[in-house]
Write a protein that binds this ligand. Structure first.
Ligand code: G4F
Length: 331
């Protein structure tokens, strides 16, 4: 998101949690020393559990747009830390909305709602599908979704929900299943590990390419009226399919290298997610172009490059010129 906003000429302010080790590696490529007169990205210490600091930052910066993407966002981990997840992922949204309401500034607010909120609801899922959350994380997101609508209806805030289905890229955290698989492939090929341990391979997800989704989030805040939008590709694939597609791409054998570890199963699973994103297509003029097979290639190639290996797709021409973001390029 910061990269897209910078490319559109915005000054960008981000909140970072204090940590004794560096935790900003994913924005290293766009970070500029704040002393540099051309710097337009600024980071502030803060935490979604700290309403005082959120209010301070809101007061000092007076933003035009707030993109609320912060959360304890790992579904499996939310079963181990339900209270913390509720505090950060649910109440963090209220803290932000309250800070905006009290600031009396005309701030536009984007809430990163999630397809996890649909949970057990029959697919395809659209803006009118009734939520049936299946994890503490999903329950927290449903709360945040409704708080966003409540502040819109009660206080006339420009507050919109983007209900994003799984969106992936080489920047995906290493413990989410797509990246876990592509990174393991690179490590196996580099001789650093032999086995990849996974949980439920039958769950199906609507996987898209994150940089395309970021553009859509921005468009949601450029509308005349606040509203809610489902964002996804409309295609679904199982974890097993992702596994085979990516292993086949590099010529590795799934049977030889993949093992099932029950610790990765969830007490309640979301079986099938498929977006019905017709409204986004019509209102936002948004249509994803990177589909499953290309996504797999992009992620595998990027992890191979990180591991010091020659990417398979080098020079094959896929996707390289379609987007303003070029950081996933392998060559
Ligand atoms: O990659 P996942 O952990 O993503 P999940 O649970 O769908 O959630 C992600 O997408 C949501 C949008 O719908 C976001 F809101 C959320 O914050 C997050 O970004 O798991 C995908 C599927 C699950 O069914 C899981 O059970 O993969 C299955 N899986 C199988 N083995 C595994 C593993 N997931 C993980 N993380 N690790 C495994 O070893």
């Amino acid at each position: 998101m910061p990269k897209l906003l910078l490319s559109k000429g915005y000054e960008v302010h981000g909140l970072v949690r204090r940590s004794s080790t560096f935790n900003t590696s994913r924005i290293d490529s766009i970070y500029v020393d704040p002393h540099d007169p051309d710097a337009r990205l600024f980071l502030h210490y803060g935490d979604l559990s700290d309403s005082e600091q959120i209010a301070n930052v809101m007061y000092n910066i007076r933003p035009d747009e707030v993109y609320h993407l912060g959360a304890q966002s790992h579904v499996r981990v939310s079963f181990d830390t339900p209270e913390y997840t509720g505090n950060v992922t649910a109440l963090g949204t209220t803290r932000l909305l309250e800070a905006i309401r009290r600031s009396n500034n005309p701030v536009k607010f984007y809430q990163a709602s999630s397809s996890e909120m649909f949970g057990a609801a029959v697919p395809p899922q659209s803006e009118t599908t009734v939520f049936h959350p299946r994890s503490p994380y999903a329950c927290a997101k449903v709360y945040s979704y409704w708080m966003t609508r409540n502040y819109r209806e009660g206080y006339n805030l420009f507050a919109s929900n983007g209900i994003l289905f799984n969106n992936e890229s080489p920047r995906r955290g290493e413990t989410f299943v797509t990246r876990k698989i592509t990174r393991a492939i690179a490590h196996i090929l580099a001789g650093k590990e032999k086995f990849l341990y996974l949980g439920n391979l039958d769950a199906k997800r609507d996987w898209g390419f994150a940089p395309e989704y970021v553009e859509c989030m921005w468009r949601i805040l450029q509308q005349e009226k606040a509203d809610d939008f489902v964002i996804g590709t409309g295609e679904t694939h199982s974890v097993r399919e992702f596994l085979h597609e990516s292993f086949d791409y590099v010529g590795l054998d799934v049977e030889e290298h993949v093992r099932i570890d029950p610790k990765y199963f969830r007490p309640t699973e979301v079986e099938v997610l498929v977006a019905d994103a017709e409204k986004s297509g019509k209102v936002l003029g948004w249509k994803p172009t990177i589909k499953f097979a290309d996504l797999v290639k992009i992620m595998v190639d990027a992890d191979m490059k990180t591991a010091g290996l020659e990417p398979i797709g080098k020079g094959d021409g896929i996707i390289r010129t379609k987007f303003p973001h070029r950081w996933w390029k392998c060559d």
